[in-house]
Design a protein around this ligand. Structure first.
Ligand code: SAM
Length: 233
């Protein structure tokens, strides 16, 4: 493809994005639902990515998605919490890389969005034993989390809801003793002013947290304050 045609495509896609500025859950859902191959997680993700070339989108997208994939593959987490399901893009990315006994709990405040997100996760081929969508605020979900996880701590948390709530939700997870030893917390939009409290909190406590890599505002933080490891048989 010539540089001129690549430039034209970029300008065209920019104009389309501007004309569809508002993120629309229903239209994202309808596009993915009718254009992907049902039962194939990879096709669902590619269809989301295709949609976001011409429309505004709230999901983490393919670049940060690949960073998330790397962390999920490396950690092989058994219990994952996502705060902010939206249409299910990151949920599908996570679920396709979980170990067979892994489970994702994903939390969405808005009931319509939660329904749409859940439908997309099912369309991608995942079963209700592998995930649960909790339709409530992050604070409510954290306060009832023990009833979903039992004694298992969370191995990975993706915070992608409201940066202003990241610190209070992290503290609530710690108070509830809900994090496994060496849990990884990924925060999206880490460089926005809303996330500043959380960053100040973790960087001031190097004995409790290690700040890892960051890509386009998706930042990895390892918490050393979780439950002690289970005894090995
Ligand atoms: C940026 S989108 C999440 C994108 C999703 N993680 C992905 O990459 O596919 C943020 C979502 O968080 C939800 N949200 C905002 N505040 C919330 C809260 N306090 N508790 C739970 N969900 C919340 C919004 O309704 C929205 O759907």
């Amino acid at each position: 493809r010539s540089p001129l045609s690549a430039l034209c495509r970029q300008v065209y896609s920019g104009i389309l994005k501007l004309s569809h500025r508002k993120v629309c859950v229903s239209s994202t859902h309808a596009f993915v639902f009718s254009n992907c191959t049902h039962g194939q997680a990879q096709s669902v993700l590619l269809t989301f990515d295709l949609y976001s070339t011409t429309h505004a989108s709230s999901n983490i997208g393919p670049q940060k998605g690949a960073f998330l994939d790397e962390i999920v593959a490396r950690e092989a987490p058994l219990r994952v919490l996502e705060l902010g399901t939206h249409c299910g893009y990151a949920s599908v990315r996570i679920l396709r890389l979980l170990p067979p006994s892994g489970k994702l709990l994903t939390v969405e405040l808005d009931p319509l969005t939660a329904d749409r997100g859940e439908e997309i996760i099912l369309v991608a081929g995942f079963k209700n034993q592998q995930f649960q969508v909790l339709t409530c605020s992050s604070a409510e979900a954290i306060s009832s989390l023990r009833s979903h996880t039992g004694n298992d701590g969370l191995d990975l948390v993706l915070m992608d809801h409201d940066p202003e709530l990241y610190l209070q939700d992290l503290l609530a997870l710690q108070r509830g003793n809900l994090l496994s030893s060496s849990c990884v917390v990924l925060i999206n939009r880490a460089l926005t002013p809303g996330a500043r409290d959380l960053l100040e909190h973790v960087t001031a406590r190097p004995q409790s947290f290690s700040v890892g890599r960051q890509l386009h505002g998706l930042m990895e933080i390892r918490c050393h304050t979780g439950m002690s490891p289970k005894p090995q048989n």
